[in-house]
Design a protein around this ligand. Sequence first.
Ligand SMILES: C[S@@+](CC[C@H](N)C(=O)[O-])C[C@H]1O[C@@H](n2cnc3c(N)ncnc32)[C@H](O)[C@@H]1O
Length: 208
Amino acid sequence: MSTPVNPNMDNTWKNRDAFDRDPLHLTGIYATLADRLKNTSYTDRTALDIGMGMGCDAAFLARRGYAVDGLDISKIAVDKVQMAAQLVQLNITTHQTTLTNYQPADSKKKYDVALMLRLLHLLTPPEQTQTLLCMESFLKPDGYAVLRVLTDKSGKIEMPGMLRAGELERRFSGWDIKYSEKNVRIPVKLLDGSDGYQVFDDLIAQRK
Ligand SMILES: C[S@@+](CC[C@H](N)C(=O)[O-])C[C@H]1O[C@@H](n2cnc3c(N)ncnc32)[C@H](O)[C@@H]1O
């Protein structure tokens, strides 16, 4: 039988430390993103991490000179990441909110990069549509969207917004696709505490 998942991951985050794993799990998307960001000539670089969890990927961008806004609905995640960022002097500002309710202090603020890693499948289909439109509206015209979405059909976990194979790419059909990889296996702790993995689609797309 499948188990419903609570999208607020407070229970997971209370046992974890901020910045406690490698950025993007050092999978193929990581090398591509690192390379792309190295080749950009942005000044005042800004990034948004939507559903940042323990902030490992936000930290990766902050270490590359980005001013990062990290969003999460989990108070524990937001508090832990903010405290750790201050401690090691990384330019990350956390906000306890969804993207659709997010209101930056500067209402015209736009970002060079927006990460949405392992979040989209936790949202219902209407929330997904709204959130993706909102993500686009927060990006600068040539900004990058970076996504990792669960596609594992093992049936062990019930997700409201699991995507069909190849659907992530279709949602970004009007964009310039810079990187796309399917069936990316990421090691995870399963709900029963055992070690396992989940399968994701990864995408980097640039606004045209
Ligand atoms: C599976 S974790 C992924 C965390 C991180 N992006 C990563 O890849 O390690 C999903 C995160 O999204 C947060 N979350 C769930 N629903 C959200 C929403 N509607 N808006 C913002 N954050 C949300 C959860 O609290 C959790 O921290």
